[in-house]
Design a protein around this ligand. Structure first.
Ligand code: SF4
Length: 684
C-alpha cells in the first residue's frame, strides 16, 4: 500500500525458512526499511537478518547487471548481449547433448528463489536439456529429511505448524538444532514457550543459547544421534510407555525395531554418546509421558553419513509414543533456506517431478508428457553431490547453476573446484560474482526476491507470496524469462508465462498444490500444502488418522560411527554451523555493514582444556588442518564445545570451513557429512 511517496510492499523474508512476513518500505524505487508484519509464522517478530539484512544487497553496486562471457584467451569475463550469451549457452548445451547424450547435462535450482522459478528451471532441464539431472541445495542440508520422512511417514516435510509446536505444549525436544541462531523467530517462540512453562530437552553436542533454558541438555558426541534415539526407545519400551494402540493400528515393522533397540541399553548408549545414562532415562520419560511433545530437529540430524537413518530414528521415536497426526506433536525439521521446501516441492529433485511425483511412475510420466508436449527421460537423475565426481569422470559435461555457490557451500572445496574445472561448459546465474562464478563460461545476472512476483514455501509447508517492490535496472531480465528464452533457443517451444500463470500450471499438474493460486494468496489466505482443490483450506497437520504412506513404517537403524573419526594425527572432531548474523555464503547479509561489524570473520570454537594444553589463548590465530586442506582462523576458547571437539561457522571466506569438511555421503540421500570430520589445531 501507498503512504504519500512511500510504498509498503508485503512480502516474505528471503533468508531462513521460518517464512516471516514483513513490509519492504520503498521510496523512489529504493528499499529504505523493513517493517514487521503479523504473519502466521512470525506474529510480528523479525530477527536481525530479516530486519537489517534484507535490502542492502538488492541495491548493492556489486550486483551483476548484464551477461558476461569468459574470454578463454585472457581468462577475463567480457560484457555480452543477451542474444550472444543465450545463443552461446543454447549452442554449447545442444552440442554436448548431441555428442554425449542428454544425461551429460545437469542443472541446479536455487533454493532461495520462488517456487515459480524452481518449477521453470526443472522444466527447462527436463524438457530442453532432456535429463532428470536436476537438484537443489536441499541435497546438502535436508535431503535426508526428504528421504527419511518419506520412507517412514510418506511425506518428507514438517508435520505440524510452527505455532502449534511452540504454543501450549508440555515438552519440546530439540535435536541438532540451534534455532536462536539459524531460525531466530522460531527460537524466540521456543524461548517464550519455555518461559510459560514448557519443558525443554536439548540434544546437541554444543552449548546453544537454549540449552541454558533446558531441563535436560544431552551434550552428546557428534554423529551419535541414532544411538541416542535407540536408547530413548529402549527406555520407553522397558518402562511400558510405548503407545500400543497406535503401534497396532497405525504402524508396521515394530517387532524388528524392538529387537534392534533392545541392544541399546542406557549404559551402552551413554558410552557411545558420552552422556549420562540417567539423563537419557529422564529425557525418555519426560518425552514419552508428555501429552503434547514435538520433536524439532535440524542439520545436526541430517548432515551425517547416516543422516537419513537419523531422520528415520526421529520418526521411530514419535511413532513409538503415538505423537504424530495430532496437535502439539510430530516430527518437525526446520528447513534451512527460505524456499528449500519449495525447491523440493517443485520437482528440483532427480527422482521427483513437482509434488514428489516419481519419474519412474509411468502414469505420472504420461501426464507430464501430455501437458508439456515432449517425450521425457524416465531415468532418475544424478544427485547434486554426485554431479561433481561425475564431472571429474567426464560423464557430466555441461552444468547450469542457478543461484548456488558450491565452491563455498559444499563439503571438501578442493574436489568441487576440480569438478568445475573438468566441465566442458558451465553457466552460472547469480546476483553477485561468486567463487563458483570464476569457473563459469557464461555468467547471467540473477534477480532478487524484491524484484519479482512469486511464492515461497516455508518450513511448515506454508505457501506465501513474494511481491515485486522495485523495478529491475537496465537490461536485467526475470529469471523465468531467461529460462523460457533458453528453452525456445534449445528447440523446446515454451510460451511466455507470468509468475501467476506458472503457479496455475503447477496447480494443474501437482495434486498437493491443486488448490493454490496467487489469487487466493492475494486475498489474504496462507495455505499449507497439501491443498487438493480450490475450496480446500490447506493442511496444517499431516498424518491425521492415516499416514501419507498408509501405515507408518518403523525403520530400525543400527548406530554406525561417522565416516572419519579422530586419530593421533587429527585428534579433534570438527562440526560446522551457522551464526545469527549471517545467512549461508553471506551473499545477502554480507552486504549489510552492521552485520559485518557484528561478525565479519571466521573462527573456531575449542574447549579451554584443549586450548591450555596446546598453549592457545582466546582470540589467537590458529592453523586448522584436515586430510583435505588447511586454513588459518581465530580461536574462540571456552566450554561451548566438549574437549576434543571443535565448531566452525561456514559463512566466511577468510577460513572457509568447507576447505576441511568431509564429502562422505549418506547412502540414501547422498548428503555430505558436514557435522563430523577430523582436524588438528595448531598454535601459529
Ligand atoms: Fe527472516 Fe528467518 Fe529472521 Fe524470520 S527468522 S526474519 S525468516 S531470517
Amino acid at each position: 500500500y501507498q503512504v504519500g511517496k512511500v510504498k509498503k510492499v508485503l512480502t516474505t523474508c528471503p533468508h531462513c525458512a521460518t517464512g516471516c512476513q514483513y513490509y519492504l518500505v520503498v521510496k523512489d524505487n529504493e528499499i529504505v526499511d523493513v517493517e514487521p508484519a503479523n504473519g502466521p509464522s512470525n506474529k510480528g517478530l523479525l530477527c536481525v537478518k530479516g530486519r537489517f539484512g534484507s535490502f542492502h544487497f538488492v541495491h548493492s553496486p556489486e550486483r551483476l547487471k548484464y551477461p558476461l562471457i569468459k574470454n578463454h584467451e585472457t581468462g577475463e569475463f567480457e560484457r555480452a548481449t543477451w542474444d550472444e550469451a543465450l545463443d552461446l549457452i543454447a549452442a554449447k548445451f545442444t552440442e554436448i547433448k548431441k555428442k554425449y547424450g542428454s544425461d551429460a547435462l545437469a542443472g541446479f535450482a536455487c533454493s532461495r528463489s520462488p517456487n515459480e522459478d524452481c518449477y521453470m528451471l526443472q522444466k527447462m532441464v527436463r524438457c530442453a536439456f532432456g535429463t532428470n539431472n536436476v537438484d537443489n541445495c536441499a541435497r546438502v542440508c535436508h535431503s535426508a529429511t526428504v528421504a527419511g520422512l518419506a520412507m517412514t511417514l510418506g511425506s518428507g516435510a514438517m508435520t505440524n505448524p510452527i505455532s502449534d509446536i511452540t504454543n501450549d505444549v508440555d515438552v519440546i525436544m530439540l535435536v541438532g538444532s540451534n534455532p536462536e541462531e539459524a531460525h531466530p523467530v522460531i527460537g524466540m517462540q521456543i524461548r517464550q514457550a519455555v518461559e510459560r512453562g514448557t519443558r525443554l530437552i536439548v540434544v546437541d553436542p554444543r552449548d546453544i543459547g537454549l540449552s541454558r533454558q533446558a531441563d535436560i541438555h544431552l551434550k552428546l558426541k557428534p554423529g551419535t544421534n541414532v544411538a541416542f534415539a535407540n536408547g530413548m526407545m529402549n527406555v520407553i519400551i522397558h518402562e511400558g510407555l510405548a503407545d500400543e494402540e497406535f503401534i497396532r493400528t497405525r504402524t508396521e515393522g515394530f517387532e524388528e525395531l524392538k529387537k534392534i533397540v533392545e541392544e541399546y541399553t542406557p549404559e551402552r548408549v551413554a558410552e557411545i554418546c558420552h552422556i549420562d545414562a540417567d539423563h537419557l532415562r529422564e529425557a525418555a520419560l519426560m518425552y514419552a509421558k508428555a501429552k503434547k511433545a514435538p520433536i524439532i530437529y535440524c542439520l545436526g540430524v541430517t548432515e551425517h553419513s547416516t543422516g537419513t537413518e537419523g531422520v528415520m530414528s526421529m520418526s521411530n521415536m514419535a511413532m513409538l509414543v503415538g505423537k504424530l497426526g495430532r496437535s502439539g506433536c510430530g516430527v518437525n525439521p526446520l528447513r534451512g533456506q527460505n524456499n528449500v521446501q519449495g525447491a523440493c516441492d517443485m520437482g528440483a529433485l532427480p527422482g521427483d517431478l513437482p509434488g514428489y511425483q516419481k519419474v519412474t511412475n509411468p502414469e505420472v510420466i504420461a501426464k507430464f508428457e501430455k501437458a508439456w508436449g515432449v517425450e521425457l527421460n524416465k531415468k532418475p537423475g544424478v544427485h547434486a553431490t554426485d554431479v561433481f565426481p561425475a564431472a571429474i569422470r567426464k560423464e557430466i559435461r555441461g552444468l547450469f547453476i542457478f543461484g548456488e555457490d558450491p565452491v563455498v557451500t559444499d563439503a571438501d572445496q578442493h574436489h568441487i573446484r576440480k569438478a568445475l574445472e573438468s566441465l566442458d561448459f558451465l553457466v552460472l546465474s547469480d546476483l553477485f560474482m561468486t567463487e563458483t562464478a570464476q569457473y563459469a563460461d557464461v555468467i547471467l545476472p540473477g534477480t532478487s526476491y524484491a524484484e519479482k512476483e512469486g511464492t515461497f514455501s516455508n518450513t511448515e509447508r506454508r505457501v506465501q507470496r513474494v511481491r515485486k517492490a522495485v523495478t529491475l535496472e537496465g537490461e536485467m531480465r526475470l529469471d523465468t524469462d531467461i529460462f523460457i528464452d533458453l528453452m525456445n533457443r534449445m528447440g523446446y517451444p515454451q510460451a511466455q508465462l507470468t509468475s501467476e500463470e506458472i503457479m496455475d500450471e503447477i496447480a494443474s499438474l501437482t495434486p498437493s498444490f491443486a488448490g493454490i493460486s496467487h489469487r487466493r494468496l492475494d486475498k489474504g489466505e496462507s495455505i499449507q500444502w497439501p491443498c487438493p482443490d480450490k475450496k480446500h483450506p490447506g493442511t496444517p497437520i499431516l498424518h491425521v488418522g492415516k499416514f501419507s504412506r498408509g501405515l507408518g513404517w518403523f525403520y530400525p537403524a543400527e548406530y554406525v560411527p561417522s565416516a572419519e573419526l579422530p586419530d593421533e594425527e587429527y585428534p579433534f572432531i570438527m562440526m560446522t554451523g551457522r551464526i545469527l548474523y549471517h545467512y549461508n555464503t553471506r551473499a545477502m547479509t554480507g552486504k549489510t555493514p552492521g552485520l559485518m561489524e557484528k561478525e565479519g570473520h571466521s573462527f573456531i570454537e575449542m574447549n579451554t582444556e584443549d586450548a591450555v594444553r596446546l598453549g592457545i589463548e582466546n582470540g589467537e590465530k590458529v592453523k586448522v588442518t584436515s586430510r583435505r586442506g588447511t586454513l588459518i582462523t581465530t580461536a574462540r576458547v571456552g566450554d561451548k564445545v566438549s574437549p576434543k571437539e571443535t565448531w566452525m561457522p561456514f559463512h566466511f571466506p577468510d577460513g572457509n570451513a568447507n576447505i576441511l569438511t568431509n564429502a562422505a555421503l549418506d547412502k540414501y540421500a547422498r548428503i555430505p557429512e558436514y557435522k563430523v570430520c577430523a582436524v588438528k589445531v595448531e598454535k601459529l
